[in-house]
Design a protein around this ligand. Structure first.
Ligand SMILES: [Zn+2]
Length: 197
């Protein structure tokens, strides 16, 4: 199962609904200030945030935006189609979608009541949640079709649906929160973050 399938993003040049960006940026700015979205010393960015528009389409932060302090609408794209097996998706915007977009897609496809997904990195919170929240299996690596499959399984479980947060055991520091609204997903994350301190 370890065959590596390259993530493939088909970018269609276009624009993203501006009105959605304001709320996404409100939460992204907050999480960036807290260091939950950001960039590692080696230059690799982490953390992404998305909101459903309609059906299983959603707006998400673009690839390699983790280190940017502020984003405008050019830093976001709309995922319009995705294929877990092929590890590929199509998006509309000016920037390619985050390579972790299929993780978000897995949550939207599994839970109709969810309209917002947040993925952050934080070691302390990750360790805390390994004891407190449902976890993806250790052997499942991020950015793989297996991770999408694993999330589809996990988020449908009662505990995950109730807590609205899961931890990615095979993706060090990786955490996913979700909710009916961005506010719910954001507040859930902050509640656990405070508890973990
Ligand atoms: Zn990650």
């Amino acid at each position: 199962m370890s065959d590596y399938i390259k993530f493939n993003c088909n970018l269609i040049k276009g624009t993203v609904e501006k009105e959605k960006i304001e709320e996404l940026n409100y939460w992204r700015n907050k999480l960036f200030e807290m260091g939950l979205i950001g960039v590692y010393e080696n230059g690799v960015g982490f953390g992404n945030i998305s909101e459903r528009t309609q059906g299983n389409k959603f707006i998400i932060t673009g690839s390699t935006t983790g280190g940017k302090e502020k984003l405008d609408e050019k830093g976001y794209c709309k995922v319009t189609e995705f294929d877990f097996k092929k590890n590929s998706l199509s998006c509309v915007g000016k920037i390619k979608a985050s390579s972790e977009s299929l993780t978000h897609a897995a949550v939207y496809q599994s839970l109709a009541e969810v309209n917002a997904v947040i993925h952050v990195h934080n070691l302390k919170l990750w360790n805390y949640l390994l004891e407190k929240a449902p976890a993806t299996k250790k052997e499942v690596k991020y950015g793989t079709p297996e991770m999408a499959k694993e999330l589809i399984r996990l988020v449908k479980e009662k505990e995950a649906r109730e807590k609205k947060i899961v931890v990615m055991k095979g993706h060090k520091e990786g955490i996913i929160s979700f909710g009916k609204t961005l506010e719910e997903a954001g507040k859930t994350l902050l509640k656990y973050f405070e508890e973990s301190k």
